[in-house]
Design a protein around this ligand. Structure first.
Ligand code: ATP
Length: 212
């Protein structure tokens, strides 16, 4: 019904970025349509599961035809909010921060990193991959003036929460956090905690029996 909010299960939302990534690959290859069986195989999901997932967003598949890849891609982009461009800042220009600044993958997906911030005067003023490093004390103004909605946090643990609070006060709506702390954010703000060493520990758990 018009105006009624559709509730999408978290498990489905978790799989969407993967579907989206593979659809983008297929478009670049020039493929126009694909069956749920073939696409399911590519993304590692059974065809019925895939159809059920995608049915949350409308009726894309046509019986005996398969999915129109571009249409599905555009719809998933809309669902994930990436057909609108996002303006991002990054705080903490250490090793990890610099690696992220140097990654070119975001822009292709509509995420524009326009500035980086640090507390270290030796870093302030530097240009990295075309991005200027600015003084952390100017971040609130920058966020307000440039309509920034996403912030990437790559500062040490002890600085992360305070910076998150400051950026949220200035208008940031989403935080991609690489600091090893679970950030607390108010309602209406989203956070994705990316704890890199946790992935390594999970891996260690899985391979430990093979260790000699
Ligand atoms: P990484 O952990 O990203 O590999 P690193 O080991 O080079 O980085 P860290 O000590 O983790 O360095 O700090 C990352 C960056 O965060 C540094 O450039 C540091 O100056 C910056 N930083 C630390 N505290 C703050 C703060 N309060 N505001 C802004 N930047 C900060």
């Amino acid at each position: 019904k018009e105006g009624e909010e559709i509730v999408i299960p978290t498990a489905v939302i978790k799989r969407l970025p993967k579907y989206h990534r593979h659809l983008s690959k297929l478009i670049r290859k020039g493929v126009e349509k694909i069956s749920s069986k073939d696409f399911g195989q590519i993304v590692g999901v059974s065809a019925p599961q895939l159809r059920q997932d995608l049915n949350h967003f409308g009726n894309f598949g046509q019986q005996g035809y398969g999915y129109n890849i571009e249409k599905l891609y555009n719809e998933l982009s809309k669902v994930m909010g990436i057909e609108k461009k996002s303006n991002m800042v990054l705080v903490g220009v250490g090793n990890l921060g610099q690696a992220l600044i140097n990654s070119t993958d975001f822009k292709r997906r509509g995420f524009y990193l326009s500035a980086a911030f640090d507390i270290n005067p030796r870093l302030v003023g530097m240009m990295i991959n075309g991005i200027k490093v600015r003084d952390i004390e100017t971040i609130e103004n920058y966020i307000r003036e440039n309509d920034i909605n996403i912030a990437i946090i790559t500062v040490p643990e002890e600085a992360a929460q305070k910076l998150a609070d400051r950026m949220i006060d200035a208008g940031v709506k989403g935080i991609w956090n690489f600091a090893p702390v679970d950030l607390k954010v108010p309602k209406g703000v989203s956070v994705e905690n990316e704890h890199l060493t946790e992935g390594l520990l999970r891996l260690s758990f899985k391979v430990k029996d093979d260790k000699k």
